[in-house]
Design a protein around this ligand. Sequence first.
Ligand SMILES: Cc1cc2nc3c(=O)[nH]c(=O)nc-3n(C[C@H](O)[C@H](O)[C@H](O)COP(=O)(O)OP(=O)(O)OC[C@H]3O[C@@H](n4cnc5c(N)ncnc54)[C@H](O)[C@@H]3O)c2cc1C
Length: 467
Amino acid sequence: MTSALGDHFGDMEPLPYDYSPLALSIPYMLPASTGILIVGAGPAGLTCAITLALSGCNDITIVDAQPAGLNLSRAIVIHAQTIEELDGIGCREPLTARGIHAKYMSIQARQKKLFRANFCNLAGKTRFPYALLISQSETERTLEERLNGLGVTVHRPYKLVGMTKLPDGIKVTFESGEEIQARYVVGADGARSMIRKLAGIVFRDPATHKDPFAEQPRPGESYKKENARLGRSIVIADVHLSGEIPPCISSNDLSTFLGPLGFLLLVPLPPREDDPEQRIVYRMSCPTEPGTKEVSKERLQRVLKAGLGLKDVETPVVDTILWSSRFRIRSAVADKFYQSFGGGAIALVGDAAHVHSPAGGQGMNLGIRDAIALGKTLHEITENDKLQTPTAAAKQAYAIQRLDAFSKQRREMAIAVIKMTKVMTWLSGLESPVARRLRDTFWRLMGKVDTVNDKFALSLSGLQLKA
Ligand SMILES: Cc1cc2nc3c(=O)[nH]c(=O)nc-3n(C[C@H](O)[C@H](O)[C@H](O)COP(=O)(O)OP(=O)(O)OC[C@H]3O[C@@H](n4cnc5c(N)ncnc54)[C@H](O)[C@@H]3O)c2cc1C
């Protein structure tokens, strides 16, 4: 029997799922069924689980393919709106206590400051007028500890490999052969989301309409053509610097240097807890070297010298590479962030729903905020599901309306972030000397206008995207 609402959720008579605290009582055993299954315990999945657990929605299960949390640095900035929202779910304090509170993000070229976004000027709009510099591994650890404190444990390693439509929900199959039945499945499984694929949700660049992950490198293709077709390849490396640190390298703020080898982003991070000398870690980010896949100290040293525009003797030395990775800048957004699936529904958050350039450090921020919005939405839906009076069709209609509103609102925000980060990436990648001079003049002129500086800080902070 198909309801008047078409096949959005199929027919949903009595709920087979028990939205009760009992579901949390055996932490390590995967239950046979769950109200909400969250797949992926990165920042987005963990945040969604915390939001649900805090709202009293206890019939949740969270799984991850990895045997342990990833200990990778990756995203390094948490912006004001995200700090506000993390505060609301009791996750802010350990992060703001440990991270560096950056007041400025500056753009410099040829030893001159061109532009400076001042986060302090956000003071009237937020209790946290700064950008918090801390590595993603520490953010994830804080989130997982908070979730554990609420009585929820991540089930690992459980890699989702299949989803089957059931009349009253979704059957999920893991690589181990185990299965779980869920009413709602949250796809927090990252940029190459299996859930997105299995649900048939299109993922594409909003401007070119191409799926950036569908493209493959071609043998013999030039570096320039490959970058243009697949997205620019950049290096990120967390390093220790030795030697005298010149005043242009801030130990508190984010700095971008525009130079002959392209851009260099230099961001200080708190010393590692296991470092007896408690040295500042610097995140370096720059274009990869044409023709090589290695991230070498020599290359980073050359980029540092070119970016700072100093003589060899004045340039600090890249002493140790603590962690490094190559990253291709891709932009894409899911056509929709939710999809009915049999008698249930799936919803996407974080990188599963959108990817973009790391310029401005927006990715993880947007994902965490998506996750809080989805957690609240799913709480409202499951509360409505528990009511006696509405018919099954009315409950379906409510769920569809709430998930649709979530999807439209978050997608709009993702598209705005993609547009902003594309412009920043394009400007930082200009190659011809004339275009670079014009760009530097543009930044210098913009930097003289306080309202422009403030607007830029506001855009990065996420406060203007407040739901
Ligand atoms: C190398 C690298 C560098 C980056 N640098 C920056 C940066 O400098 N600044 C910035 O803002 N952002 C950066 N990012 C992006 C940032 O890390 C992401 O935006 C953020 O991690 C997204 O969080 P997420 O929870 O949506 O996804 P993820 O962190 O990707 O987490 C997804 C989780 O899902 C799990 N999973 C995947 N598939 C399955 C499956 N089939 N079954 C079960 N579990 C599954 C994974 O194990 C993982 O734990 C970087 C990303 C990478 C890869």
